[in-house]
Design a binder for this molecule. Structure first.
Ligand code: FES
Length: 509
C-alpha cells in the first residue's frame, strides 16, 4: 500500500449537497437516513402515492451504503447454513425469498439509471481444501431455501488461483452504490416530497402526529422510518441485541491480467471477498468485532492482492461497520411493540444492498397495507430460543468489559510513551484518558469512557479512531461521534502539560 492510495471509498462522489431542512415541513412519512433502506423506502412510498421527507445528516449514500463492496446478491457467504442453524429451514427459506425480492427490485430500479450496473454470477468458494465442506453445506442450505444454485470449481469467477469447490448463483448484480442511490434520491425529491441533506436529526417524538426535529426545522409526519444503520434513539435496547463488526476494502489497478468476472467470497475464516468495478480489482475482508482491532488489515489485503494479481497500484482503501443481530436475521418492522408510528430496519450484516432493499419492500408493505409474505420473520420483537444463549453470553461479555477494564493498568505509562500516528490509554488519577499523537507530534486527549454506557474505548490504528468494544460506537481522535449508538462526543481532556512532541515513531513506520 503506497502513500498515494486514496484513504476513502471508491464510491464516495463529490456531489453537491441538496438543500438542508430550513423550515417546518409536513408529510405523510418521514424517513431518517439516506442509505439503501432510507432512499429505497422513500422512493417506494412516493410511488405508492405518499408524501415523504428523506432526512440525512450528511449526504445521500455517505454512510455504510457508500463504504461497501457494491455486491447485490442473494448468495452471501455461508448465511443460509448459519440461519438454518440459528433458526430452522423455514427461516432460511424466508431469507432467500426476501433476498431474491431485494435483488430483483434493485435490478428494476437500477435498470433505468446511470449506475454502472452489471450482471454477474455470485460465488461462495473454497480458498483452501479445508473450506470444501463448508461450501458443500452452504450449497445444500441455499438450494433447500429455494435459491437456484449450482456447484462448480469457480470457472465463472475468473480468478488466477485454484478454487477447490464453489457454489454459484447466476444473474446477481454489481453497481456503483452511490450513483445508484443519488439517482433514486433525485426521483424522491419533488411533487410534495423532499430530500434534506446536511440535516442531523436531534430527536423524534412518536406522537400523533410524529415530529422529527433537526437543528434547523421539524418534519411533522404520520409515520417515521428510522433507517440509520444502527438505530437512532435506541429506545428499545437494540444495543443489547445487535453487535457490530468492521471490515476493510482495497481497490487495485492491475498491470496485466484481469480482475474477477464474478462476485466471490471464500467460506472460511478469514474470508476473502472479491469484486470488480471497471478495470479495478476490489479485495475486502479482515473483519473483526468493533473495538478489537487486529494487526494491519490494509496491508494483509494488499499482500493477498499482490500474491494473486499483477498489481500496478492501489487506488483506494476504505472500511465499513456492519451491524449483526444476535440471531443473524435483519430486524425490520415496528420500532417498539405496541406502536406502529415508528418503524426501523437494521442488522443486514455485510449484505445491505440486497437486505436493505428487501427491508424497504417490507416497510413499504407495512405502511401501505400490503405486507410482504415473509415480513413477519424479520420482526425486531421476535424471540429466538436457540439464540438466547448467544445473547446472554454477549451481554455478559459487555459487563466484563465494563467492570474489568476499570481495574487494568493503562496501555502507556504516560503520554510521552504514545508513538506518533497511534493512540494509547493512559491512566490519569482514578480514570483513563485516550491519548493520540498525530504525525506532527501534537497530543489529542479525550475521556476513554464511551458516552453510550461507559465501556472503555480502544484505539484503531488502521482508521485512527477510538472504537468501543461493547456496542460499536466510534469516535474521532478529538472525540467526535463517527458511529452510534453513542450520540455524545467523548469529552476532551487536559493532560496538564504532560507529554512532549518528541516521542518515538511507531514501529513499522
Ligand atoms: Fe455501548 Fe460504548 S457503544 S458502551
Amino acid at each position: 500500500m503506497d502513500t498515494t492510495t486514496a484513504q476513502e471509498s471508491l464510491w464516495l462522489l463529490d456531489a453537491r449537497r441538496q438543500h438542508p431542512l430550513a423550515a417546518d415541513t409536513a408529510v405523510d412519512v418521514a424517513v431518517v437516513g439516506a442509505g439503501v433502506v432510507g432512499v429505497t423506502t422513500a422512493l417506494l412510498l412516493k410511488q405508492a402515492g405518499l408524501r415523504v421527507a428523506l432526512v440525512e445528516a450528511d449526504r445521500v449514500g455517505s454512510g455504510a451504503s457508500g463504504n461497501n463492496t457494491a455486491k447485490v446478491t442473494a448468495l452471501q457467504a455461508t448465511v443460509y447454513s448459519e440461519i438454518r442453524k440459528a433458526h430452522d429451514a423455514d427461516a432460511a427459506a424466508d431469507y432467500a425469498a426476501a433476498s431474491l425480492a431485494g435483488v430483483a427490485r434493485v435490478a428494476a430500479l437500477a435498470g433505468g439509471v446511470d449506475c454502472d450496473l452489471r450482471r454477474m454470477p455470485a460465488y461462495t468458494y473454497a480458498q483452501t481444501r479445508d473450506e470444501v465442506a463448508a461450501v458443500d453445506q452452504e450449497a445444500d442450505a441455499a438450494s433447500d431455501a429455494g435459491l437456484p444454485v449450482a456447484r462448480d470449481r469457480g470457472e465463472l469467477l475468473g480468478v488466477p488461483f485454484e478454487v477447490y469447490h464453489a457454489v454459484r448463483l447466476d444473474d446477481q448484480l454489481a453497481l456503483h452504490p452511490v450513483k445508484y442511490l443519488r439517482a433514486l434520491a433525485q426521483q424522491v425529491d419533488g411533487d410534495g416530497s423532499h430530500v434534506f441533506e446536511g440535516s442531523r436529526v436531534t430527536g423524534i417524538e412518536s406522537g400523533d402526529p410524529c415530529q422529527v426535529h433537526t437543528g434547523s426545522g421539524t418534519v411533522v409526519a404520520d409515520r417515521v422510518v428510522v433507517a440509520t444503520h444502527f438505530p437512532l434513539l435506541d429506545r428499545a435496547a437494540y444495543f443489547a441485541r445487535l453487535e457490530t463488526t468492521r471490515a476493510y476494502c482495497v481497490a487495485a489497478r492491475l498491470r496485466s491480467g484481469a480482475p474477477p468476472t464474478g462476485l466471490g467470497i471464500s467460506a472460511g475464516s478469514p474470508s476473502w471477498s472479491l469484486a470488480t468495478h471497471g478495470d479495478l480489482l476490489i479485495v475486502s475482508g479482515q473483519s473483526h468485532s468493533t473495538g478489537s482491532p487486529e494487526g494491519e488489515p490494509y496491508r494483509v489485503l494488499a499482500d493477498f492482492a499482490r500474491e494473486h494479481w499483477d498489481v500496478a497500484a492501489f487506488t483506494h482503501r476504505w472500511s465499513a461497520q456492519d451491524v449483526v443481530a444476535f440471531d443473524k436475521l435483519p430486524m425490520v418492522g415496528t420500532y417498539a411493540p405496541g406502536s406502529d408510528r415508528l418503524h426501523v430496519a437494521t442488522g443486514f450484516r455485510k449484505w445491505g444492498l440486497s437486505g436493505g432493499t428487501f427491508a424497504a419492500l417490507a416497510l413499504t408493505g407495512a405502511l401501505t397495507g400490503s405486507p410482504q409474505p415473509w415480513a413477519d420473520r424479520f420482526s425486531p420483537h421476535r424471540l429466538s430460543l436457540r439464540s438466547a444463549p448467544t445473547l446472554l453470553r454477549k451481554n455478559a461479555e459487555v459487563v466484563v468489559d465494563l467492570v474489568g477494564d476499570r481495574l487494568k493498568p493503562g496501555e502507556a505509562a504516560s503520554p510521552d510513551d504514545v508513538p506518533r500516528g497511534s493512540g494509547r490509554l493512559v491512566r490519569q488519577g482514578l480514570g483513563k484518558v485516550g491519548v493520540f499523537r498525530d504525525d506532527d507530534g501534537a497530543l489529542h486527549a479525550v475521556s476513554a469512557r464511551c458516552t453510550h454506557l461507559g465501556c472503555l474505548v480502544r484505539f484503531n490504528d488502521a482508521e485512527r479512531s477510538w472504537d468501543c468494544p461493547c456496542h460499536g460506537s466510534r469516535f474521532g481522535v478529538d472525540g467526535e461521534v463517527l458511529e452510534g449508538p453513542a450520540s455524545t462526543p467523548l469529552p476532551t481532556r487536559d493532560l496538564g502539560g504532560s507529554g512532549s512532541a518528541d516521542s518515538p515513531a511507531p514501529s513499522g513506520g
